[in-house]
Design a protein around this ligand. Structure first.
Ligand code: SPV
Ligand code: MN
Length: 622
């Protein structure tokens, strides 16, 4: 008897699509993954409309997504314990003896590759493997990074079809030349609900050398969608040898009705520090909400492009009153994937949406009812803290007309946002680029209910990027300093804190950030004077009064100004002490960074000597 001939999982028609790219390395990668993961079938997708439909229909047919009542809407559930990025098992593979410094989870490359290969043996058995092509950054742009995604999840491919620009054309145009990123994902073994069940074997391994990421036994998009955070780690590393930077930032166009101009800002904020609400201020436009490439332009300015074309946004708190634009989009027909919300009769529900929540339904824990508890006895909320929506930015009324411009948009300012109760003023402008880099590198943010662990603890998160750094912090800061020094008209750098409190009460209203943005806009155009303090330029009361009146029709009293812009000298010096400890423990932190820290410290100590202990009114410096 002869053994049955095993069918080639890659049919001739799909092979042809690979051949047309004339890229032997790419073909070899696909064949190697087939050999290792042993899928039953392989489908090569070029991103044509039929392929887009196929992915969406299969996600529904396989039960990876379920249709909702409104046409185009669907819901996907990640497993109950697969609701966020798995930092413990996310590792940067490095050569023996190579050090990434503190805060970066590095692992021996050879050991890591052996481990992941063993875990991936036959992982796609009985499944269909998808081969997809995307472009990080706008099409036909200096920022474009062609990327190959291999996955056995239709949900992942569907998300990527919404979040990224299609790349098959770019691969073909390059005709086998140039580098590309590649991502290999498998959801792994699935339970009866279609959730990844081998969570103990969950891994996200980043191989900088081959510009590839393996991520397995997960479905949560922050881990599984290769083009998002896995790619971000590769591009941060790659940017060290490019003239551009890759940042965890939104890009937004700021408008003042009385001025005929748009001024673009990017912003980096640790989670729950106001990133989305700053990017989505009514009256302004959005280019991107999460990841930015920033490069020098021939005009001496910095230009920023969105790495993505869609939003994977937190849905909690979105309601008709606070977010009318988003609410309208989320409640009308168009292609949207909701994830980890509560569903009842085809309607999605999430926290603070302003609607009555049903007592039962289906959520990330399966059938759900009020009072349901998990295996550890904890009450299960009706929707996950990290429930989200995925859609194309072009669906939004406030999408910026230049969102897909290959050149990007010219940057007026960069905002670094922290969150603390009694240290930072609501807004300040850095004294210069180097001081701005210092401001970004010393962001601290209180933990909130949105993050695991104790609340109200200050966490240091330089440039809100620490979880994604794939180069030593010192090297990253050196690049930052060099980038700005080479620009003739560098963006201004600002620092914000929307969370100042006095006896537990917030000192600022939610809408005040519109005023801070207009102040920054005025500074960028040299239209507003400011007060020089040891920590940077702070606004004058007379300017804020006008801006509060114009933006919010509010009388901004001197007493409020003094309270909010008080320099809390002791707190500021304590923070410098904490930062000294962190940065002196890192190796190769540039001198230019320490110079800024030492200057700020010296000037704060001098102010304390001249004017007294504790807190100083901003008027002291005016
Ligand atoms: C973030 O946490 O910064 C996100 C969501 O943008 S995730 O995709 O999980 O990274
Ligand atoms: Mn992010």
């Amino acid at each position: 008897m002869t053994a049955p001939v095993k069918k080639d999982p890659l049919a001739e028609n799909d092979r042809k699509k690979l051949r047309e790219l004339n890229n032997p390395r790419l073909t070899a990668i696909v064949e190697e993954v087939i050999l290792l993961c042993r899928p039953e079938k392989v489908t090569v997708l070029t991103g044509c409309p039929e392929d887009m439909d196929y992915v969406r229909e299969m996600a529904l047919r396989r039960g990876e997504e379920t249709p909702l009542a409104i046409p185009g809407h669907s819901v996907h559930f990640d497993g109950y314990h697969d609701q966020a990025r798995d930092m413990a098992n996310t590792r940067i593979l490095v050569a023996p003896g190579e050090s990434m410094g503190g805060g970066i989870n590095a692992f021996d490359r050879e050991k890591g590759l052996a481990e992941i290969r063993a875990l991936m043996e036959g992982i796609m058995a009985g499944k269909e493997m998808l081969v997809c092509f995307y472009d990080l950054g706008p099409i036909n742009s200096r920022f474009s990074i062609p990327s190959l995604q291999i996955t056995d999840s239709f949900y992942v491919a569907h998300c990527e079809n919404l979040l990224y620009r299609q790349g098959y054309g770019e691969f073909r145009r390059r005709n086998g030349k140039g580098e590309f990123f590649h991502f290999i994902h498998s959801a792994g073994a699935l339970d009866e609900r279609g959730n990844s069940k081998s969570l103990h074997c969950r891994r996200t391994f980043i191989d900088l050398q081959e510009k590839r990421v393996f991520t397995i036994n997960n479905q949560y998009a922050g881990s599984s969608v290769g083009l998002k955070k896995p790619a971000f780690r590769l591009s941060i590393h790659q940017s060290l040898s490019r003239d551009w930077m890759c940042e965890h930032m939104f890009i937004s166009g700021v408008f003042r009705p009385t001025k005929k101009r748009v001024t673009y800002f990017t912003g980096a904020f640790p989670s729950a520090s106001g990133k989305t609400s700053t990017a989505m201020i009514p009256g302004h436009t959005i280019v991107g909400d999460d990841l930015a490439f920033i490069g020098p332009g021939s005009d001496g300015r910095a230009w920023a492009a969105n790495v993505e074309q869609g939003i994977f946004g937190i849905i909690e708190d979105i309601n008709a009153v606070d977010d009318p634009l988003l609410w309208q989009v989320l409640t009308t027909p168009r292609e949207i994937i909701f994830s980890n919300v509560l569903v009842k009769d085809g309607v999605p529900y999430w926290s603070n949406m302003g609607r009555e929540i049903p007592q039962r339904g289906v959520n990330h824990s399966g059938p759900w009812f009020q009072g349901k508890r998990d295996g550890e006895g904890r009450e299960i909320p009706f929707s996950s803290k990290n429930s989200r929506y995925t859609l194309r930015i072009s669906e939004l009324e406030n999408a910026d007309p230049c969102a897909n411009d290959p050149a990007g948009v010219p940057l007026g300012g960069i905002i670094f946002g922290g969150r603390d109760a009694d240290i930072s003023v609501p807004v300040l402008e850095a004294l210069n680029w180097a001081h701005g880099v210092y401001c970004g590198a010393t962001i601290e943010s209180e933990t909130t209910a949105a993050t695991i662990g104790r609340q109200g603890v200050l966490k240091h998160n330089p440039m809100a990027i620490i979880e994604f750094l794939s180069v030593p912090l010192g090297a990253y800061l050196r690049k930052y300093l060099q980038f700005g020094a080479a620009l003739r008209r560098p963006p201004r750098i600002f620092r914000t804190n929307y969370f100042l409190r006095d006896k537990g009460e917030f000192l600022n209203g939610k809408l005040d950030k519109k005023v801070w943005l207009w102040w920054m806009e005025g500074r960028v155009h040299n239209e507003l004077k400011a007060i020089r303090t040891p920590i940077g330029w702070i606004p004058r009361h007379e300017d804020l009064r006008i801006l509060f009146r114009d933006a919010l029709n509010k009388d901004y009293r001197m007493a409020d100004y003094e309270k909010q812009f008080t320099l809390r000298i002791d707190r500021l010096l304590e923070r410098i002490g904490r930062m000294e400890a962190v940065f002196t423990a890192e190796h190769s932190v540039p001198r230019g960074f320490f110079r800024e820290m030492e200057r700020e410290k010296r000037e704060l100590e001098a102010a304390r000597k001249d004017f007294g202990e504790g807190s100083l009114s901003p008027l002291v410096f005016a």
